[in-house]
Write a protein of this length. Sequence first.
Length: 83
Amino acid sequence: MKVSRSVWNGGKDGKYIKIHLFFYVFRSYLSLLIILPDDGTFDKQTINKMILDANSTVLKDEQVLSDNAYYYSREYSRLLYFE
């Protein structure tokens, strides 16, 4: 069964977008949000290592990403904590 999730696009027009894929979500403690489509390239350990590496080597303290990613599951139409 294919499930799509309607998500408000934040625009004044009040339109919605349909999400038809699985993806990872990285967030910082500010307003930064990074979305990475799940094409099967990365596994859980690789994603978490990327976050730790970026936090310790590239990003400034105020740009640090949360320690774990979130995962949008199209199957369940929900955002899951990705430990």
